[in-house]
Design a protein around this ligand. Sequence first.
Ligand SMILES: C[S@@+](CC[C@H](N)C(=O)[O-])C[C@H]1O[C@@H](n2cnc3c(N)ncnc32)[C@H](O)[C@@H]1O
Length: 243
Amino acid sequence: MPLKNLDPFASQLKNLNPGINPYVALMATGIEDGNIPVACGEMLKDFPGKWREKIAGFYKRPAPFKKLVVEIGCHKGHVLCKMAAEHPDTAFIGIDITYKRVVGTAERAQKMGLKNVFTVLANAKAIDMIFTPGEIDGVLIFFPDPWIKKKRQAKNRLVDVEFCKILEPLLSSEAFCWFKTDQKIYFDQAQNAFAENAFQAQTQPCEITGNAYTSIFEQRFTEQNLPTYGSKWLRSSQKFMAN
Ligand SMILES: C[S@@+](CC[C@H](N)C(=O)[O-])C[C@H]1O[C@@H](n2cnc3c(N)ncnc32)[C@H](O)[C@@H]1O
């Protein structure tokens, strides 16, 4: 069940019937008992600007994390948890709009024994309400919903000029943004949106972008011999590398 409300601070649990969606119940009790790394609704108000400390606190880590990477549309957390396992000193946040995927990602992280993963139930269109300027060191946007069935749906695509405009100031000076899609038309739209907002193409992969990190959707397209497109960007004065 996807979120309807664009306001990330709106109550996401109170008016829902946990009998209909078991993930609502899992999320509500997990959050109340403080034993699931998930944030949503009103509690999120306390997180912007403090994510590194909050995630460290949840896992009883003595010092805050130095870096913070965010995956938008984390699905069930395959890529996020793999990265998190390989980079234990970086905090990873997965954002998604469905209860099932957010809880599923948190559960995957817990099963893997990870101590650096948190998930957020929210629409990433409101990302500037969830993070403060300069707070994010890396963003992954892998295979966002392409909205290609009807021409008028194109306006629903997440990555456009407006979105890149609100994303850019949230990134630290060294931050990367890694985008992948199976739709050439979306790829071109995103390329223009990043370029128009002073993102620079990345020429030297960093520790994370230097790895393949194949997502579930990417795997599905590759298995069907369908093309995929990817680009890696940096905030301001750095350079680009296309896959
Ligand atoms: C096509 S799937 C791709 C999943 C995964 N990134 C991959 O590559 O395998 C898109 C994901 O983005 C989530 N999503 C769609 N719109 C979103 C939004 N506005 N904010 C956050 N997540 C969103 C969906 O729920 C879904 O999990």
